[in-house]
Design a protein around this ligand. Sequence first.
Ligand SMILES: N[C@@H](CCC(=O)N[C@@H](CS)C(=O)NCC(=O)O)C(=O)O
Length: 376
Amino acid sequence: MLQVFSGLVVDSIVFKGASITRRTFASQLKLVRTTPRKHTDARCALTALKKMQKEAKSDAAILQFAEKTGEFKRKPSSFRNWVTADGSSGFKAESGRYHLYVSYACPWAHRTLIGRKLKGLEDAISFDVVDYYMGEKGWRFNPDVPGATPDSVNGFSYMRELYFKMNPEYGGRFTVPVLYDKVQKTIVNNESSEILRMLNAEFNAFCKSPEQAAIDLYPEPLRAEVDALNEWIYPSINNGVYRAGFATKQEPYDVAVRELFAALDRVEAILAGKRYLAGDQLTEADVRLYTTLVRFDKVYVGHFKCNKKRVIDYPNIWGYMRDLYQTPGFGETTNFLHIEHHYQGSHTSINPHGIVAIGPDIDFTTPHDRDTRFSS
Ligand SMILES: N[C@@H](CCC(=O)N[C@@H](CS)C(=O)NCC(=O)O)C(=O)O
């Protein structure tokens, strides 16, 4: 079998049913160089080697989350085109044209599922869900897992195939969410914050109801406040849990976890006086915070070592969590099976045996008083 060691060394590969050692490869490669046209076996072997090395490179990229410094730094998303209502961007909003590739486990992808539901775009935008387990080749499609689907658009087995279809030399990460254009057969965007903005503003002609078309998660008068919230909530909380969990040295962990709980204290204080982060109105800042908070006690406390406090220990955040969970679009897109199994089962650098912890039992459906408390 193929064995990949650090440094991308291919030790042996299966070629034409037989295992070829590196030494055999070396001689095959020599043959290719000296008699390039004649030795077809050697040529095929070279192609196989190149393919293996490319895959090994991608696998290595998936397995290493932290930098040499021990810090986790999220890479920028690669596809940044926009769908617009008028089509001026080259991607016109149309019903049935766009498709979302998501994971129920992923907090970034979860933002887009909530946006789609809140805006009533279920008939306009289709979606597929990957398996919760992310192995060496990244996200895969495996309809045997409850809630997961096949790739109904391209028929691929792995998300990476979609990225390689876009660019065979693609060197970035094979992330979800992805907004895909079924007409131009291309990825439009793979940055969740931008996809959420598009769903919010560009598809209003296709929302199920006028009320949903009128929902604005990024309203003009609140934009400065929402931007200011996102500016510290993203690094300290949304990405903060990953910075803590993927740290491979004590110092970056300490920094991340301190920042995280200082930011949660700040959220707790804000929510003492307001139903939502920016006031009476639900905004994208709430959607973005929810997808981290709802995973917090189930996964981040234990798996990512964010255990100074739990969300249920913050009275205002806990009430806010239940308020959001019980709002149409939030609880129904939250899948704890995928959330719990993905992180603990896939991150073997953190949890080598992939054992999925049993708890905790948390009831997000219990009553809260935030609607009456903040009714004006
Ligand atoms: N900036 C991206 C981040 C998306 C992201 O990192 N998604 C993770 C899942 S939670 C992923 O697909 N990771 C696969 C990988 O890094 O190989 C966004 O917000 O859309």
